[in-house]
Design a protein around this ligand. Structure first.
Ligand code: SF4
Ligand code: SF4
Ligand code: SF4
Ligand code: FES
Length: 631
């Protein structure tokens, strides 16, 4: 441990701590701009300068290591003058006329730092050559005129996302931010994760949707789990006057620590499907608005006693609704088919195996953040579940070896040391060969490269996708477990939707089937139905859809009940690695629209049954398949 004195206060910190971190630990505030806790220190802006006894000049506290006996002053006149001078230079270098800037009013760190130092103006005449604003990206606007050259965006795109899209051209004060080799951002290798926008301290990188939609003081924040996939990133949903303004990552929460992907951050803001806002009942061939009583009576007589009934639910629904759905249709109405919309047992086969073995093999997502060798099976982490892909991609520059099987044309394969051919259905063949290669050696150079790297790694990982889970037979699964055992690899199973794991825990894994059904209830929530589902249901004589949005499927249904969309209901989600997390309601649903759970309760009332309300016990019943942790 190291002992130093900051502003007269003695602080004890671990070796390797910077002066800035030591000051934070002592509760002493030092202003920063280029520094960000998620990034490696850069020392570019000089705002964090402090007086260190014995040093000839002021020192940047964000890069300076604390040392034993150090005496630091963060509030001397010299320091205060230097801060104002640094801010003056930054303000005068580009266009910082705050009243015309989207982030002005609480969101701009530069403006906020100026207020902290009681600056009302600056004494230097601004002098810069204007830059073109780059508005080529579907979600992001880059305005170099408001850039302070802190390079947080460049570091974030590389260090956190592993995408390395951003960089600088020219030198010194003339530097400007570019994408790739100075192509428009919208034509670059950017994967639209928005991390650079979130981390930019000024209005140089902004998102198109939230621009000028509300100052920091005018928006409400709702910290909530993302419901777009099974990773379970925590996000901050910003709303104003009951509408979405922006979605940001939460820097302080595992597993993604601020990272989101395009689906979690930007796509929900683009939603433009028309809402279902009232019950609809088919009369004389066309759907007509109806009262709840009328719609529920039609459902009660159309469903009969459950014979010939298929009940299908989205795995984007909260666990409470999924458990109630199962109890209502499987336990109380004895429907022939009660399963998810995943069109097969895509997420369930590995859970089944774990149940059979009586032990969990689902590793925490964290293993992907610190590994020297990764084998990816039938999964494109660049396209789907992108944040898990970021964890892997950002380590490749440090020598982490990536091996990709069954994803030849995918973007992830471009980063792989070796790609192995794997067609759906031949999982067992490849895995048995890999096990044999570990046990007996092999002449196949590619197989040898994979097993040698997995064996040599201290923390190897095997990550598999839902295509693998859907196709792997027991031989493949046994071989997978053996390979993991022999090489010491952690196993990570990437599930599909946000609550695929909860659905598997609830045993909602019967094969997807509507053939021969005389009635079907489809609980879509806000999930868009596939063309295949819509077509399959055409043959079912009586279809009930619970949906937030209109679609071809709802247009063809016999009864449609409106339900809340993701932001309008609270609920619980089980991530792919077993974290139980809360989604928090951030918007009010349109008048008369109920949550999915409340709507299912109305159906239960209409058919006069009382489903089990204890969703948590139902969810836990399948333990020890996974170890559920409340997050
Ligand atoms: S980026 Fe910040 S300092 Fe610059 S104009 Fe916008 S609000 Fe003002
Ligand atoms: S949005 Fe993501 S990928 Fe695109 S430039 Fe920004 S950080 Fe890089
Ligand atoms: S665009 Fe923003 S984050 Fe990037 S260097 Fe400029 S001010 Fe910093
Ligand atoms: S915050 Fe330390 S130099 Fe920028």
């Amino acid at each position: 441990m190291i002992k130093l004195t900051i502003d007269g206060k003695t602080v004890e910190v671990k070796e390797g701590t910077t002066v800035l971190e030591a000051a934070e630990q002592a509760g002493i505030y030092v202003p920063t701009l280029c520094h960000h806790p998620q990034l490696t220190p850069y020392g570019g802006c000089r705002l964090c300068m402090v007086d260190v006894e014995g040093a000839r000049t002021l020192q940047p506290s964000c890069t300076m290591p604390a040392s034993d006996g150090m005496v630091v002053n963060t509030k001397s006149q010299k320091v205060l003058d230097a801060r104002k001078f640094v801010l003056t230079l930054i303000f005068s270098e580009r266009n910082h006329f705050c009243m015309y800037c989207q982030v002005s009013g609480g969101d701009c760190e530069l403006q906020n730092r100026a207020y902290d130092e009681d600056m009302t103006h600056w004494d230097l005449q601004p002098n810069w050559t204007p830059y073109d604003v780059d508005a080529s990206h579907p979600f992001i606007v880059l305005d170099n005129n408001r850039c302070i050259l802190c390079r947080r965006c460049v570091r974030a795109c590389g260090e956190l996302v592993g995408n390395y899209t951003l960089g600088f051209e020219e030198r010194g004060a003339k530097s400007f931010l570019v994408a790739d080799y100075d192509v428009p951002l919208g034509e670059s290798t950017c994967v639209s994760c928005g991390t650079c926008v979130q981390i930019c301290p000024t209005g140089a990188l902004i998102d198109r949707q939230s621009a000028y939609q509300g100052k920091e003081t005018e928006v409400d924040h709702h910290i909530s789990v993302c419901t777009e996939c099974s990773i379970g990133c925590v996000r901050d949903v910003l709303t104003r006057d009951n509408r979405l303004v922006r979605i940001e990552g939460d820097w302080d929460t595992e597993p993604s620590n601020g990272l989101l992907c395009e689906n979690g951050r930007f796509i929900p803001l683009e939603e433009d499907r028309p809402r279902v806002v009232t019950p609809l009942v088919r009369k004389d061939g066309s759907l007509k608005a109806a009262t709840w009583d009328e719609a529920l009576d039609t459902i009660a007589s159309g469903l009969g006693a459950g014979k010939g009934l298929a009940a299908l639910a989205s795995t984007k629904l909260p666990a409470e609704a999924l458990a109630y759905f199962k109890s209502l249709f499987a336990d109380k109405l004895s429907a022939d088919t009660v399963t998810t919309l995943e069109e097969g047992a895509a997420t369930a086969s590995l859970s089944k195996l774990a149940e059979k073995l009586g032990k969990s093999f689902e590793s925490s997502l964290d293993v992907l953040k610190d590994t020297e060798a990764v084998l990816s099976l039938e999964l494109d982490l660049v396209k789907d579940h992108q944040v898990a892909g970021f964890f892997v991609k950002r380590q490749l520059q440090d020598g982490t070896k990536l091996f990709v099987a069954g994803c030849d044309d995918c973007a992830l394969a471009a980063n792989a040391k070796v790609t192995l051919p794997l067609n759906p259905g031949s999982e067992a063949v490849l895995l048995v060969k890999l096990v044999d290669a570990v046990e007996n050696g092999t002449d196949d150079a590619d197989l040898a490269a994979v097993v040698d790297a997995l064996k040599a790694a201290e923390k190897p990982v095997i990550v598999y996708g839902k295509t693998f889970a859907a196709n792997a037979d027991e031989i493949a699964l046994d071989a997978l477990l053996k390979l993991a055992d022999l090489t010491g690899a952690a196993l990570v199973g990437v599930k599909g939707n946000a609550n695929s794991m909860a659905a598997a825990q609830l045993g909602l894994e019967a094969p997807f089937k509507t053939e021969g059904a005389s009635a079907a209830v489809v609980v879509l929530g806000d999930e868009a139905p596939t063309a295949k589902l819509t077509k399959d249901l055409e043959k079912v004589p009586f279809v009930v859809a619970l949906s937030a949005y209109e679609s071809q499927l709802t247009g063809a249904a016999d009864v449609v009940l409106p339900v809340a969309m993701w932001a309008e209901e609270s609920g619980t989600y089980l991530s792919m690695d077993g974290r139980l997390q809360k989604a928090i309601k951030s918007l009010e649903a349109p008048e008369g629209v109920l949550t999915t759970l409340e709507t299912l309760e109305k159906i239960a009332g209409a058919v006069k049954v009382q489903p089990d309300q204890d969703w948590k016990t139902s969810l836990m019943a399948r333990i020890p398949t996974i170890q559920i942790q409340e997050a």
